[in-house]
Design a protein around this ligand. Structure first.
Ligand SMILES: *[C@@H]1O[C@H](CO)[C@@H](O)[C@H](O)[C@H]1NC(C)=O
Ligand SMILES: *[C@@H]1O[C@H](CO)[C@@H](O)[C@H](O)[C@H]1NC(C)=O
Ligand SMILES: *[C@@H]1O[C@H](CO)[C@@H](O)[C@H](O)[C@H]1NC(C)=O
Ligand SMILES: *[C@@H]1O[C@H](CO)[C@@H](O)[C@H](O)[C@H]1NC(C)=O
Ligand SMILES: *[C@@H]1O[C@H](CO)[C@@H](O)[C@H](O)[C@H]1NC(C)=O
Ligand SMILES: *[C@@H]1O[C@H](CO)[C@@H](O)[C@H](O)[C@H]1NC(C)=O
Ligand SMILES: *[C@@H]1O[C@H](CO)[C@@H](O)[C@H](O)[C@H]1NC(C)=O
Length: 389
């Protein structure tokens, strides 16, 4: 009671104070109403189809699947089964492959891929900035369709871990992008002489396999500041020059820099958008450190028929959090406050592995009961150096 009373004078005061404004507003409203009605009746016949078109787009956001392929997409049969269950208005496909490579009956068993190759694709060297250029080309073309609201970058060895409907709902309901991004305090790739235009505290590292909301896709496509710097100054060193410098006991470490492991993360950190994405990739890769090589390089493990067991797929699906070792930071996987699987896609899988997964029906729907029952699993992101693909 008392509370209600106390608030009354304030409301009255507001009404009184705004009275002159209100009358002007009222006049404006009447005017606007008349105009609106007039234009409505005028346009009702001519613009109806375009209004329908627009509302259709608004209610049916699409997920754009961007395939970065060397040539064909070896797991096309699996993606075919995946897209088969989708509404064609809910997704679009774009492929960047070798220039001149054509996706047709001769090169792919899945009609979903026919005619989806970019017409202006470029020659890509893995681990080179040309890979980022290809990603930006994919984004530019996909942005041409205003219905595309989420942009998922996939390699030619990626596969989906869930059915289309689950992945679609997950992506569309999440208002944020997904980008693996972290500080690496031991990082020796940052060369202040070359990269001075990028402050060291904005230098980030992480996997290139992104999922972007439209706004971030636009930022990447429009970027003409960070990409030229990375292209010029972040380069992978050849084995010869690395070992030559080691032999000369060159104390200045060679800046072996892999552009695609820094570009997107650093761009968004530079643009001040770090609070708008989840700091993790939706694409799983198992990192193995090779014991044989002197360098102890990290490699993404390739799953073949025997490795793609129900057990290994379940283990990937049960991962609930990502632990960044270099920052001692644990990122719990959530969307809109609810726990969610960390990974929706995984790489690298052979055709044999995909055949097994399909035939054993392992890519079933997301099962919350199974998920909540699962033993806690963390995915450690270690300091890793050279990535082989
Ligand atoms: C397609 O999108 C509509 C609206 O966004 C959604 O209701 C429907 O479940 C989606 N269908 C599939 C198969 O994902
Ligand atoms: C597929 O495209 C290639 C290159 O254009 C062409 O040589 C081949 O005949 C095509 N195959 C079919 C089945 O259309
Ligand atoms: C490339 O051009 C062909 C022929 O004009 C067209 O059918 C195809 O859709 C284009 N590809 C993309 C990704 O736009
Ligand atoms: C660099 O060395 C690694 C192993 O030491 C080898 O696998 C790779 O092929 C070499 N790359 C080049 C370009 O020589
Ligand atoms: C490498 O991968 C194999 C196969 O999954 C696994 O058994 C092994 O533990 C991995 N090794 C490391 C060092 O991660
Ligand atoms: C990491 O953080 C936890 C708590 O957040 C702390 O207990 C632990 O000591 C930290 N570990 C290291 C190596 O800093
Ligand atoms: C979940 O865990 C409970 C208790 O451990 C068990 O009784 C139940 O069968 C489990 N459910 C599934 C689907 O694994």
């Amino acid at each position: 009671m008392g509370k209600k009373r106390a608030s009354l004078p304030i409301r009255q005061l507001l009404v009184l104070r705004s009275k002159p404004v209100f009358s002007i507003f009222l006049v404006f409203c009447v005017f606007a109403f008349v105009r609106l009605n007039r234009s409505k009746s005028r346009s009702s016949t001519t613009d109806k189809s375009s209004i329908d078109e627009k509302s259709k787009l608004e209610t049916n956001p699409k997920v754009a699947f961007l395939f970065l392929a060397r040539r064909n997409v070896p797991l096309d049969f699996m993606w075919g089964a995946f897209f088969q269950e989708a509404n064609v208005r809910n997704f679009s496909i774009y492929i960047h492959s070798e220039p001149g490579f054509v996706f047709n009956e001769s090169t792919s068993t899945s009609p979903f891929f026919y005619g989806r190759q970019l017409n202006d694709s470029i020659k890509v060297a893995w681990g080179d900035s040309s890979m980022i250029e290809a990603e930006r080309l994919l984004l530019k073309v996909a942005l041409g369709d205003p219905a595309n609201q989420r942009f998922v970058l996939l390699s030619d060895s990626c596969l989906p871990l869930y059915k289309f409907r689950d992945i679609y709902e997950h992506l569309i309901s999440s208002p944020k992008s997904y980008i693996e991004s972290y500080f690496d305090f031991e990082d020796d790739r940052y060369d202040p002489k070359l990269l001075h235009a990028i402050p060291k505290d904005r230098w980030r590292k992480g996997s290139q396999w992104f999922t972007l909301i439209r706004r971030h896709a636009q930022i990447v496509a429009d970027d003409d500041v960070v990409f030229p710097i990375i292209k010029k100054s972040c380069k992978r060193q050849s084995n010869a020059s690395v070992s030559a410098r080691r032999q000369m006991l060159d104390l200045h470490k060679p800046q072996d820099c892999i552009p695609d492991e820094h570009y997107l993360q650093t761009l968004l950190a530079m643009s001040g958008f770090e609070n708008e994405f989840f700091r993790r990739s939706l694409t799983y890769a198992q990192w193995n450190q090779s014991a044989t090589e002197k360098d102890k390089q990290w490699h993404p493990f390739t799953f073949d028929y025997t490795d793609a067991s129900p057990q290994s797929i379940r283990e990937i699906k049960e991962i609930e959090a990502i632990h960044y070792e270099s920052e001692n930071w644990t990122e719990w996987c959530q969307v809109n406050g609810a726990f969610a699987p960390c990974y929706l896609f995984a790489r690298k899988f052979t055709r044999g592995a995909a055949v097994r997964l399909l035939s054993e029906g392992l890519l079933g729907p997301f099962d919350p009961v199974l998920f909540l029952n699962a033993t806690r699993r963390f995915f450690p992101v270690k300091h890793r150096d050279i990535q082989a693909r």
